[in-house]
Design a protein around this ligand. Structure first.
Ligand SMILES: *[C@@H]1O[C@H](CO)[C@@H](O)[C@H](O)[C@H]1NC(C)=O
Ligand SMILES: *[C@@H]1O[C@H](CO)[C@@H](O)[C@H](O)[C@H]1NC(C)=O
Ligand SMILES: *[C@@H]1O[C@H](CO)[C@@H](O)[C@H](O)[C@H]1NC(C)=O
Ligand SMILES: *[C@@H]1O[C@H](CO)[C@@H](O)[C@H](O)[C@H]1NC(C)=O
Ligand SMILES: *[C@@H]1O[C@H](CO)[C@@H](O)[C@H](O)[C@H]1NC(C)=O
Ligand SMILES: *[C@@H]1O[C@H](CO)[C@@H](O)[C@H](O)[C@H]1NC(C)=O
Length: 390
């Protein structure tokens, strides 16, 4: 009897603990080397390792791989290599197409995949935890805003080939049957021409889904065509509108509206950003400017938090046995599903309170809108959005 008791005690004490080292893989595209997103990832790991209250006896170790954009073959190979060295989760990449490839590998081998990317197919994906707001939620938010603002004649300018695909629900079922939509694809070479057409058609409400990297060129085109008076209202799909130079719009009364993901006014968020900025030598480079973080690094940071809280929850009731997996053999990881379920159950621990794990109403609640009139934001929370959503 005593022997049996001893064995049970040993089983219990050894079973319920995480291994001392947990390896996680991260994949960034080459242009993301030393980007705010990569630095946010490293900082998040550092912070969790330092905070001994969460994972007391476990250290997270990362394996970062860089991959060329548009090369899914090499990206898959790098992921397989990481999996063969027993990573217990893969983060990224944020590129929508590469991300989808890694997603299918993680799904085949039962490895949690943490991502923050635009997803074209809004279907449930096993083993994927995507913090990027779903396109459904976003389209709903745009529609709510359009009805709130009584928009009836709207131009949509999109840039990426998949842009229309993203917004198709908006186009197919606009907020009101009276809504008339004029849809054009444009890039830096054609912004001016397309904007001129919009002006010619006397459309004053625009939804702008252009590549954020070209935003200044888009702004310049607006200014050159003088489409910046009080009649115009632009709704931007980027979550980072505050990071752009809006100085040129300071003295005219054009309206600009955008959602953002991170509630910078929230005291807890501000505190996290302050700590981040103090973290030398890289802290300041994670932020865009003091007190402002772009959506992507914020999502990457939060996805590490979510992973760590999932691990901690699992630690309380399950064992975790790392395994070296092989893409050739396709034998799934035994403990992957439990870990995924624990991560997926994490709802409240993120520092930036990001959205897609939450219900749509929470998303909209944290998506602040700014209605600009004078310079900078004369922001007001759009009551109707909150009401419609919840
Ligand atoms: C961490 O390890 C110490 C010493 O081995 C042990 O006393 C403690 O309970 C462990 N903590 C957790 C959370 O497993
Ligand atoms: C939209 O139209 C309704 C009814 O015409 C009006 O009450 C409301 O104030 C308008 N909203 C805005 C933001 O202009
Ligand atoms: C721009 O904002 C001002 C003040 O908020 C408002 O009166 C005006 O109607 C808005 N214009 C457009 C085109 O939405
Ligand atoms: C801040 O954001 C803008 C636009 O998103 C970008 O062009 C700029 O490089 C960013 N600056 C830093 C320091 O990250
Ligand atoms: C995974 O492979 C490494 C060597 O590549 C080995 O040291 C380690 O023990 C293996 N882990 C497992 C769980 O098989
Ligand atoms: C935006 O609104 C919040 C309240 O929702 C307020 O605390 C903050 O000061 C406003 N920001 C600006 C720049 O007006």
């Amino acid at each position: 009897m005593a022997l049996l008791f001893a064995i049970i005690v040993i089983l219990v004490t050894t079973a319920m603990s995480l291994p001392p080292v947990i390896r996680i893989g991260a994949i960034f595209t080459e242009d993301q080397k030393d980007s705010p997103s990569e630095l946010a990832f490293k900082y998040a790991i550092y912070k969790i390792n330092k905070d001994k209250t969460l994972l007391a006896n476990t250290t997270l170790v990362y394996d970062i791989q860089y991959v060329p954009k548009d090369d899914s073959f090499r990206t898959s190979k790098k992921a397989c290599k990481q999996l063969s060295r027993s990573v217990q989760g893969i983060f990224g990449p944020s590129d929508p197409l590469l991300g989808a490839h890694i997603q299918s590998i993680c799904e085949a081998l039962d490895v949690p995949h943490l991502e923050a990317r635009v997803d074209f197919e809004p279907t449930f994906k096993e083993f994927s935890i995507n913090l990027y707001p779903s396109q459904d939620h976003l389209n709903k938010a745009f529609k709510d805003l359009m009805s709130f603002l009584n928009w009836t004649r709207v131009a949509i300018i999109y840039e990426e080939d998949y842009g229309l695909f993203k917004l198709q629900d908006l186009v197919k079922s606009p907020p009101s049957s009276r809504t008339e939509m004029y849809i054009r694809q444009a890039g830096p070479g054609s912004y001016r021409q397309v904007l001129r057409e919009v002006r010619h058609k006397e459309i004053y409400k625009l939804i702008v889904d252009t590549d954020p990297a070209h935003m200044q060129q888009f702004f310049r085109a607006i200014l050159q065509l003088q489409m910046n008076d009080y009649r115009y209202h632009y709704m931007f799909t980027t979550f980072d509108i505050e990071t752009f130079d809006l100085e040129d719009f300071k003295y005219n009364s054009v309206n600009m509206t955008a959602f953002r993901l991170v509630d910078l006014e929230e005291p807890k968020v501000a505190e996290v950003l302050r700590q981040m900025e103090r973290f030398q030598p890289i802290g300041h480079a994670i932020l865009n400017k003091t007190g402002v973080i772009q959506a992507e690094p914020a999502l990457v940071y939060d996805s590490v938090q979510v992973f760590a809280h999932g691990l901690a929850a699992l630690d309380r009731s399950h064992d975790l046995r790392p395994a070296n997996l092989s893409c050739e053999k396709e034998e799934p990881w035994d403990d992957g599903l439990s870990l995924y379920n624990y991560i997926n159950a994490v709802r409240t621990f993120y520092d930036f309170k990001l959205s897609s794990l939450l219900a749509p109403c929470r998303l909209l609640h944290y998506a602040k809108i700014s209605l600009r009139s004078e310079f900078y934001v004369r922001n007001r929370t759009c009551q109707c959005l909150l009401k419609v959503a919840c």
